[in-house]
Design a binder for this molecule. Sequence first.
Ligand SMILES: Nc1nc2c(ncn2[C@@H]2O[C@H](COP(=O)(O)O)[C@@H](O)[C@H]2O)c(=O)[nH]1
Ligand code: MG
Length: 556
Amino acid sequence: MLPPPPPPVSEDYPAWWDEVWASPLDVRRRIFCNRSLNMAHIKAGFAIGFDMDYTLSQYRPETFEVLAYNLTINKLIHNFDYPKELLDFEFDFRYMMRGLIIDKKRGNILKMDRHKYVKVAFHGFRKLTREERLNTYAHARERTEFDEPDYALIDTLFSLAEAHLFMQIIELMESKPGIMPPNKTFADIYRDVRAAVDLCHRDGSLKRSVAENPAKYIHEDPRLPKLLEELRASGRKLFLATNSLWDYTHVVMNFLLAGRTGADKNFEWLEYFDVVITGCGKPEFFIKKKALFEVHTETGMLCNTDGGTPMVPIGEEDLPAPGFMSSAPGGLGEHEAGAQCRVFQGGFYQDLHKMLDISSGGEVLYVGDHIYGDILRSKKTLGWRTMLVVPELETELEIQAASVGVGCELKTLRQQRDGLEDQIQRLEATIARSRAAGLLDGDPDEEDLEEVVANLREQRDKVRERHSALLQEHHERFHKVWGQLLKTGYQNSRFAHQVERFACLYTSHVSNLCFYSPDKSYRGRMDHMAHEEEPAFVEPPACPLPNPRRSQTADS
Ligand SMILES: Nc1nc2c(ncn2[C@@H]2O[C@H](COP(=O)(O)O)[C@@H](O)[C@H]2O)c(=O)[nH]1
Ligand SMILES: [Mg+2]
């Protein structure tokens, strides 16, 4: 049966209604589910929150990250006394990927699997040999957890430039000894790079450029305004909770929701939300009580509140502006359509719950891009439901779709390799036991048995080689250096493991929510344990070799 024809586009339907019929949904537009979430069950009083940077606002790496990288180099040279040779560096924004780990002390960058087993390691741009890698990380006397302070996670897209720069400086140091300021350890270099990046985000140099020309640095997403409108019309309360401060948030949100820049900016975008919290300092926002200030949107001035309730300064009879510090005591009351919402800075998640009349964490869905900053604490501590935005997923899905056959071939080769290996090991053990029991003494078939084992080994080696080459080729299709984002070898990468553990939902772009009903019931996929991958039970063949145990029993 063909699907029914699309209904005519009318004012009753959202403008993107036609896309509903683009079924089955393009895999790049899908929202994937780790933990079931039925949006229809959590309607009244339910709130949906958004992070801003790299969630609603997708930066263009070729301009934004390049700018961050160049500014960092300038700061390293001028503020940290680094050599001018850094000016010769070029940033390849495709080189790094999220989920990698910096070993600060050794100056290495690592990719590991979900068991924290290091599968790929580089020192500068030199790949560590298998032996070096195993000696450093697998055979170490103490198990390392690869956490701060000795390791740093590259877990946001903001960190890609600093990780690349760190590698380049290590490479420069190794190729030109004495070029760096004296006595700098690898860990010092990491600290300096981190401090220089931090400065770019704090001293306005990066944000000023974005404010001057947002279109150069931020991708437009024309579906966003409709999405927010639709979600609000479905009865959910919406909030924005960003670590960016008010002035920058105002620039980015004006551009994203209204295409407004410079003097053309206005406050209309605040109508999409019930409350906006800027400078909220996630993840501490989820853990630690901090003062909540109300932002006077016209001037950026901050005023004290008691958990959102205005606190009028002594002697100040007139409040700074009409609407500012409305007398709502904590709860925001009904936020009428077309009214601008209040804007705060700082605070604690409990302030937000009170304002939105949220009684339990399960009534909040928060959409963010940062596993640690947005997702992990909010889920583990507060029980918020979470959706992780992984823009890299779009390309991963494209390549994965184009290599379905390779996936099947790899699986077959792995099964063949494991089967052969198992056969070899069982044969070897049986031969050894038979020999020890004297069962093969003078047996003319002994040589044949050795030949069988040698043949099996040869077959196994061929299959193993083919499997390794194909797996490598497969990974290189995703990324020449680091391979597939969500896999390491054939296991889930550490990043994939975190996505699976902490994100109830994940998708490539926040606007993919447009392709689903606001009442969608997201269902988790079926779990698979190792034994469930086995085919139907097969009666094992009778063992053709002498069975030492049986013979011994018979003799005794
Ligand atoms: N001071 C620093 N700020 C940073 C750094 N990396 C990113 N950022 C800023 O954080 C917010 C992220 O906002 P959110 O909407 O994702 O919560 C944004 O303003 C970035 O500029 C850093 O290393 N240091
Ligand atoms: Mg973010």
